[in-house]
Design a protein around this ligand. Sequence first.
Ligand code: 5AD
Ligand code: FES
Length: 349
Amino acid sequence: MSRAAALLEQVPTGDVFDRAAVRALFDLPRETLFARADAVRKDNMGDDVFLRGIVEFSNICANDCLYCGIRKSNHDVRRYRIDEEEILEVARRMEGWQQTTIVLQSGEVAADKEDERIERIIRRIKTETRLAVTMSAGNRPRDTYARWRAAGMDRYLLRFETSDPELFAFLHPDCDLEERIRCLQDLRSLGVQVGSGFMIGVPGETLDILADNILLCRDLDLDMIGIGPFIAHPDTPLVGQPNAYAGDSDMFFAAVSALRIVNPRAHIPATTAFDAIFPHAGRDLVLQRGANVFMPNATPGRFRKNYMLYPDKPCVDEDDHQCSGCAAARIWSIGRVIGQGPGHSIKVR
Ligand code: 5AD
Ligand code: FES
């Protein structure tokens, strides 16, 4: 029996894995790996799928990440910032759709005024609705995180993108991996539930790096982990670059399954980029191969085409109520149920 198969026979605890053991997971027959991940998901997280509507409230960004469609050097993007009242309206609508968390995502700006505006929006959502608030607005000073936390922020999403420091530096002219990890640690120390993750198959990624990405998620003891395939955007320096796993798109699902096996008690979303690669089916398959969270797009329709991080992003012609209904239907169609309650981290600290 192979080493990975032997490990799969034991009760999976993330701690038994090292780089070689994670890599060995990728050598298993794919159906075996997928089924194992689905069983680990069911044992640890149950059949609930939590809905977390994402509002892309601003595409203004001061950074130039090589892969990202809203990088500051992309002058073809029409920049927008959704005003406070409209964000509050979306939040109130979400409550009516069984959604218990709002995710507020934007580009990264170093602007005190915007930090204050966000603080005010968090406070209003926490007093005027019962939603949990997840922020995703990049690297910020600890002080900003502290103020948002005091305003009621429950969680934060900030992917480390790749665990390889050199590859990270190549992809991010504006920051380094150490700084990114420092942000995650600041958030943890403030009592915020921490989400991170990475892209699968950025140019230059090796299987060792992929295995290390999965292990770094475990070592950071993340509450939520979002991963999705890299897709080259035509208006970025990575135009035309193939995904490192081009030709074996099952590797994207294998990455999620391995992630679940190594991180049994983390919330893992079925991310939108899977639907870009497998239209209408990608996210459903991810939910059956390790994931337990779905993040419907809750951005008002007229802004969506200006938040194209990668091409073929789905749901661009829809509006928030359509994505919410569609998500529920997809969850029911695979025999799962919508999670009730806030869907906080199940990790006890
Ligand atoms: N392909 C896939 N994912 C991307 N992201 C940004 N650009 C791309 C791309 N070209 C992901 C990053 C970021 C998240 C919000 O979107 O991982 O953290
Ligand atoms: Fe906006 Fe990377 S391009 S944070």
